[in-house]
Design a protein around this ligand. Structure first.
Ligand code: 8ID
Ligand code: ZN
Length: 349
């Protein structure tokens, strides 16, 4: 029995505020499912959406959120492979055309008709959210819905980024923004993939957490007088890490990474600071045979793999739970850089 009305966090205009209010529950279309969201992770992307940081407009009014985990309560008549009662996740990629060049080759985040949860369609900061059945994450029932929520964007994204980096077991990867939501999970996925980890972020809490999650060295970017030297010194031969995963929300480290990455190494840009540019010296990039590339969420297979890493007990990043109605508090802490790990909202309060 699905109610007519539900609680949601809604912004009416870019810049906020985000209001806790009752709105109607949507009905799933023929190829959609309705998920009773129990928990939703709060990603920095949600804050970018509120603030209008990117050159892509959101829908308005907007229900944000794209790390929603819950139970399927209704489905359209074309949906045959998801059942009522199944556990499912609504992630950033809410839907895609499934037939373009990109969708056919497992690059569905690049689909020109992609629907983005909590951005171009309403997301998971509500009790009942809609997802295209083809794209909802399948969540095994032995996995807790609060802990799996952050995997649905942060986990998938860093797992994919690590794969895109080409780093091999035994090699070293620097995680820039290691103390944040994506960064904390990146430390864990990297460790599980057999990589050595250098964490870069700031503050004692994030330092301790990064080390606990798998970093052998932590470089505090606010205390270090030379981040480039300190990162290179943290590798055995002093030549720098084989890969860099950039998940910071700041332009400066995007320039630094190309300097300290090892010759033949790869810089993976994932963080999306407003108005930022990647800059690298042509000479050193060419003679160092360095690769710089973007990485954007993951496809459906990356999703199921990232969830399976969690199910197998390989991922254990910290998260804190708070009532959904207190979302603004989470945004405020996030804006200040005060969150170590991830916040997850409980949609029941
Ligand atoms: O698919 C994608 N590419 C994708 C998917 C999901 C999220 C991209 N993102 C983007 C978000 O939109 C956001 O821009 O990744 C970025 C990080 O998201 P998050 O992990 O949810 O943000 P956070 O929890 O606030 O963590 C950011 C961390 O960066 C650190 C902060 O201290 C914080 O711990 N940081 C900053 I700001 N400047 C730094 C610096 N100079 C830094 N760490 C190291 N060096
Ligand atoms: Zn996200």
């Amino acid at each position: 029995n699905v109610p007519e009305k539900q609680w949601a966090m809604v912004i009416e205009k870019t810049g906020g505020p985000v209001d806790y209010k009752q709105i109607p529950v949507a009905k799933p279309g023929p190829d959609e499912v309705l998920v009773n969201i129990k928990y939703s992770g709060v990603c920095h992307t949600d804050l970018h959406a509120v603030n209008g940081d990117w050159p892509l407009a959101t829908k308005l009014p907007l229900v944000g959120g794209h790390e929603g985990a819950g139970v399927v309560v209704a489905k359209g008549e074309l949906v045959t492979d998801v059942e009522i009662g199944d556990h499912a996740g609504i992630k950033w990629l809410n839907g895609s055309c499934l037939s373009c060049d990109f969708c056919q080759t497992g690059d569905e985040p690049l689909c020109a008709k992609a629907l983005l949860s909590g951005y171009t369609v309403d997301g998971t900061f509500q009790q009942y959210a809609i997802g295209k059945a083809a794209h909802v994450a399948r969540i095994p029932k032995d996995v807790p819905l609060d802990a799996i929520a952050p995997i649905l964007c942060a986990g998938i994204t860093v797992y994919k980024g690590l794969k895109e980096s080409g780093a091999r077991p035994g090699q070293t990867v620097a995680i820039v923004g290691a103390g944040g939501g994506l960064g904390s999970l990146a430390c864990q996925y990297a460790k599980a993939m057999g990589l050595q980890v250098i964490g870069i972020d700031t503050g004692d809490e994030k330092a301790a957490m990064s080390k606990k999650l798998g970093a052998h060295t932590f470089v505090d970017f606010a205390k270090s007088s030379n981040v480039v030297k300190d990162v290179q010194a943290a590798t055995e031969d002093g030549l720098g890490p084989h890969a860099v995963i950039l998940v910071a929300v700041n332009e400066k480290p995007f320039q630094q990474a190309t300097e300290y990455v090892r010759p033949r190494g790869t810089v993976i840009a994932i963080g999306l600071p407003a108005g930022a540019f990647l800059r690298a010296p042509v000479f050193e990039t060419v003679i160092g045979v360095k690769t710089i590339k973007g990485s954007y969420v993951g496809n459906r297979k990356d999703t199921s793999e990232a969830i399976d890493f969690y199910r197998r007990g390989l991922i254990n990043a910290p998260f804190k739970t708070i009532g959904m109605s207190e979302l603004q508090k989470v945004y405020d802490m996030m804006h200040e850089g005060k969150i170590a790990g991830r916040y997850v909202v409980d949609t029941s309060k």
